[in-house]
Ligand binder design. Structure first.
Ligand SMILES: Nc1ncnc2c1ncn2[C@@H]1O[C@H](COP(=O)(O)OP(=O)(O)OP(=O)(O)O)[C@@H](O)[C@H]1O
Length: 451
């Protein structure tokens, strides 16, 4: 990754040099007046700008500096502008803050303090960009309802995007509440069938003797109580997507009838005499181990193979990196919006408890837990106790970014050195860093190669 870009708008050559020198950790871009500042802004899109208010043609006033500020913020509102002003210019500096500058700093500047202000501005900018990106993801994709940052889940989302336009029958495997229906809907929403219906049926929720009629429909008088012709769910999905949830719970007798539909794409209503052709994409799901059910003779092997042209396995929430807390924030916002109340914050122990808890009921359990806490919470904060998770084991795992990075850096370096049998040249190549950088890192981590 390249260095972060810092734009220094300063007409004094001496100060330009000093600032460049102070900020050698950044890629410093210099501009000496409004015009060049805006040109550099267009070209480099820096996250942070230091701006001298006294720019030519008004080096003793602030009109040109303030005009530059206004234009920078109009063009790139997220830019963090730090105003540098002389002692006498406090009023101007405050005016700049009122206009949207991030901070001000008095000249002559103190490199350490200004360094901190600049570093913090970069940090804040990155956070805000990330938030923006998250909102964006949420806004414009049919998979937007799937909130995740976990690499395995993101790969699944890509697979869904690729599979959606095809007619392949998809089997979704995953624990209860892990989002199987959400993925099934994603497949539908991204397909050419999205204007037709998505019809779901949960085989485990309907008594076995009613399931057949629910699936295939019936003609009037087909059985006692069949007062009128009723369409089955399969027929309702004509042109669209038919989602069979908890397929592993279906009785063997019904499996045979379902197989006929899956193979021949025709159904007969109960009591009916004619075949009805159905064009529906089939997606099914289960939390059960279907191959095991096949081995036990409880699930038809032929049906299993027909239904599992493509299998997608959804990881349980506890295996997703960082998702529990991400989803908790998401559901907290959603619930607050629904309940028309201000969004409470999670206390530190709440965040830790959310991370630590195993979530056997997966996302559904998390969603219910957060919704309940938002409704019941009285103050501006939600604690682990409010979540009903107080007493969850505390984590020793480091959450400090530097600690985590250090640990990862150490591990990968030792691995590279082991793999290359201690060859610094080869290890540096493998790691994609220069030799001096590797030496620095080894020194930092106290790694020595024995001669
Ligand atoms: N990644 C996710 N992002 C946002 N919401 C999610 C996510 N995964 C699941 N949910 C929400 O969690 C709840 C449960 O999801 P869903 O019904 O898709 O799970 P399921 O695996 O089909 O459950 P079951 O096996 O019990 O039918 C739903 O309200 C769904 O919107």
């Amino acid at each position: 990754m390249g260095k972060k870009k810092l734009l220094v708008v300063e007409d004094d050559k001496g100060l330009q040099k000093q600032l460049r020198w102070s900020f050698d950790g950044y890629e410093v871009i210099v501009a000496e007046d409004r015009e060049s500042a805006l040109a550099q802004l267009h070209r480099h899109r820096p996250a942070v700008v230091t701006l001298d208010l006294g720019l030519p043609p008004d080096p003793d006033g602030a009109t040109e500096g303030l005009a530059t500020l206004r234009q920078i913020l109009a063009e790139a509102p997220g830019t963090k502008v730090i105003v540098l002003s002389g002692n006498q210019e406090r009023a101007h500096a405050l005016k700049a803050i009122g206009m949207g500058a991030y901070d001000f700093h008095q000249k002559p500047f103190d490199a350490d303090t200004l360094g901190l202000v600049v570093a913090r501005a970069f940090y804040l900018h990155a956070m805000q960009e990330e938030n923006q990106r998250m909102l964006q993801i949420g806004a414009d994709s049919p998979l937007s309802r799937i909130v995740t940052r976990d690499p395995a889940m993101l790969r699944l989302c890509r697979s869904v995007e690729k599979l959606a336009p095809s007619s392949a029958t998809v089997m979704l495997l995953g624990d209860s509440g892990s989002g199987k229906e959400l993925f099934a809907r994603g497949l539908h929403d991204l397909s050419a069938r999205h204007e037709k219906r998505f019809v779901a049926i949960n085989c485990a929720a309907i008594p076995a003797d009613l399931l057949e009629s629910e699936l295939f429909g019936h003609e009037k008088g087909a059985f006692t109580g069949a007062g009128q012709q009723t369409l089955g769910k399969i027929e309702m999905a004509q042109g669209g997507t038919f989602f069979l949830d908890e397929i592993g719970d279906m009785a063997m007798a019904l499996q045979a009838k379902l197989l006929r539909f899956v193979q021949e794409r025709v159904i007969e209503r109960i009591g009916g005499r004619s075949e009805i052709a159905i064009d529906a994409r089939i997606v099914c799901a289960t939390h059960q181990d279907l191959p095991q059910l096949v081995r036990e003779g409880r699930f038809r092997e032929d049906l299993y193979y027909r239904l599992s042209e493509v299998v997608l396995a959804i990881p349980p929430l506890r295996e997703r990196v960082g998702d529990a807390v991400l989803l908790a924030h998401h559901f907290k916002h959603q619930a607050s919006l629904m309940e028309r109340r201000s969004v409470p914050a999670f206390t530190e122990d709440a965040v830790l408890a959310i991370e630590q808890y195993g979530w056997p009921g997966n996302v559904r359990e998390l969603e219910n837990c957060i919704r309940r806490a938002v409704i019941m919470s009285e103050g501006p904060q939600i604690s682990a106790r409010d979540l009903g998770l107080a007493g969850a084991p505390q984590s020793d795992a480091p959450v400090n970014l530097r600690q985590v990075r250090d640990a990862a850096e150490y591990k990968v370096m030792v691995t590279a050195l082991a793999r290359t049998n201690g060859s610094i040249v080869k290890a540096a190549e493998l790691l994609g860093v220069s030799r001096p950088t590797l030496y620095d890192l080894m020194h930092h981590h106290g790694i020595r190669i024995s001669p």
